[in-house]
Write a protein that binds this ligand. Structure first.
Ligand code: SF4
Length: 518
């Protein structure tokens, strides 16, 4: 776009709004409108953002801008290394308004409260009307979620999911009964691998010229970001066409066994049968509306079993939409919640992966290498450890937001702060996901050959997961006293001899100091 040419309407498209079919994009007028897209340092620095996450956002944005230009749309694209780049959304909007003198502005509602608050200020600051369009990418609007949640004593994902299935007519019969007779097949979906699984690797998308240029720019402008990135091993889809191809690859090669092994973990098996679609979905390159029918079709044609089809559909129409509903319902104050009053720092090894604990080394190493971990690695290894060790929930949540390629605020906050760290007072989950080494040993091979003994909770070689698990229950014994889902666990704490409780508490304190948590 030629600098200096003015416009009637300035349309802001953010990095996670790359939906070519969005009404705002469909309604663009080549003569009247200019689309503003901004690569700003602030977005990679407000929490330290993994190199692959940063490159993924920027490369997908540049590809999207190309597509708009091919359609004749005027695009004002601010690159990360533009010498005049102010480094922030506010700064770039101010510069664009100053140069283009638009009468109006428009954007799709930002997915993050922080950016939403910024955007709300643009109209007043620049004395222009700002039209904020709803985000049609999701199946459930915040208003519809509110309608469902209103008046309920507690909101439960399972009931939201059933409501979604019925109202959208997904895998239900004419009477609203679930296909196969059950709403979920969780019992069938908890298998562990018995040996190293042989799984066809997910389709990898080679870095093209745009992605290579972004990698070089990011390495130059933001060299200190965490994680690894390498043009030769790049894998993530950065266009809508790639996202569709990635989804086809999942349906073809991994969906059939996704259900049964969705919780399984194994050394050097970073992706297992998972779809890896969350990043492309969160950038809006592909959406649930087009995805669930493809899964139902694969099931109807007998290519995948019901437990896998249902398990995947649950993720994209149930869990994902529920989490977004909670984010908007709870509002901007949600990020400050710390229901368990945990104050610890995030251990340094969450950044380096250097720890003798096999499970954490494996899961964190994988995050550094790929910017990815599947839901059980996140919930039951890295999340669980931070919870039972007493780390501040916002420190954990910020780590998840920056270190995973699919990290966006509306997903990360309720998932981490709410579900994983139980910091929201039980809005997302009625009990904390606290577990000892027993769970990790059952669902993975990580404990084989680990320095620590998964059977010991104190003394020489005791697994820190065990010490912290019991220490967590001892510390929060009274908080959970009235929670019937915690009754069994607390009974075990009550049965312990006082000396053992003291020994665990003392060892817990020592460990927190050794790991830099306290
Ligand atoms: Fe992790 Fe403990 Fe098992 Fe080692 S023994 S892999 S630290 S759970």
């Amino acid at each position: 776009m030629k600098r200096g040419a003015g416009c009637e309407r300035l349309v802001v498209v953010l990095g996670d709004q790359l939906d070519i079919d969005a009404p705002l994009i469909g309604g663009l007028d080549a003569k009247r409108d200019v689309v503003l897209m901004m690569e700003v340092v602030e977005e990679s620095r407000h929490v330290p953002s993994h190199k692959q996450r940063t490159v993924l956002f920027l490369s997908a944005m540049r590809h999207f801008a190309e597509e708009l230009r091919e359609r004749g749309v005027r695009v004002r694209y601010i690159a990360l290394d533009d010498p005049e780049n102010t480094g922030s959304f506010d700064g770039e909007v101010t510069r664009a308004v100053g140069e283009l003198s638009p009468k109006r502005m428009a954007l799709t509602i930002p997915g993050e409260h922080r950016v939403h608050a910024m955007a709300r200020g643009w109209g007043k600051t620049h004395d222009v009307d700002v039209e904020v369009m709803p985000d049609g990418h999701f199946l459930t609007s915040p208003e519809e979620f509110e309608e469902w949640a209103a008046g309920k004593k507690e909101i439960v994902m399972e009931f939201f999911y059933r409501w979604q299935r019925k109202r959208l007519g997904i895998l239900v019969d004419d009477d609203g009964k679930p296909e196969g007779g059950a709403w979920n097949y969780d019992e069938e979906n908890r298998e562990a691998f018995k040996a190293a699984p042989r799984i066809k690797a997910p389709k990898q998308f080679k870095a093209d010229a745009i992605t290579r240029e972004v990698i070089a720019t990011a390495e130059r402008v933001l060299p200190d970001l965490p994680g690894n990135v390498d043009a030769e091993t790049w894998r993530w889809p950065v266009t809508r066409a790639d996202a569709v191809a990635a989804f086809n690859d999942f349906i073809e090669h991994r969906l059939a066994k996704f259900g049964v092994y969705e919780d399984a973990m194994w050394t050097n098996v970073p992706f297992a049968y998972h779809s890896l679609m969350s990043a492309a979905m969160n950038l809006k390159l592909i959406g649930p509306r087009e995805m669930w029918p493809r899964v139902v079709e694969a099931y109807r044609k007998g290519r995948v079993p019901l437990n896998s089809a249902e398990g995947f559909i649950r993720q994209i129409i149930g869990w994902r939409e529920f989490i977004r509903g909670v984010y908007w319902r709870e509002g901007p104050g949600y990020e400050k919640r710390n229901g368990l009053k945990q104050k610890g720092k995030l251990p340094w090894f969450y950044w380096t992966g250097e720890t003798p604990m096999n499970c954490l080394r494996e899961c964190i190493g994988q995050v550094r290498e790929h910017g990815f971990g599947h839901h059980i690695q996140r919930l039951m290894v890295t999340g669980n450890f931070a919870l039972i060790a007493g780390v501040h929930p916002k420190a954990v949540s910020d780590w998840y937001l920056g270190m995973y390629v699919d990290g966006v605020d509306w997903v990360t906050l309720p998932n981490t702060l709410g579900m994983s760290q139980h910091a929201d007072g039980g809005v997302v989950g009625t009990k904390p996901y606290a577990a000892s080494a027993k769970y990790i040993r059952r669902m993975s091979n990580y404990c084989d050959g680990c320095t620590f003994d998964p059977d010991k909770r104190t003394g020489e070689g005791a697994c820190p997961f065990n010490t912290f698990y019991w220490d967590f229950l001892i510390r929060h014994r009274e908080t959970f006293r009235g929670n019937h889902r915690m009754a069994m666990m607390l009974k075990n704490v009550d049965r312990m001899k006082e000396e053992e409780r003291v020994a665990i508490t003392v060892r817990g304190r020592e460990l927190r100091k050794e790991m830099g948590i306290a």
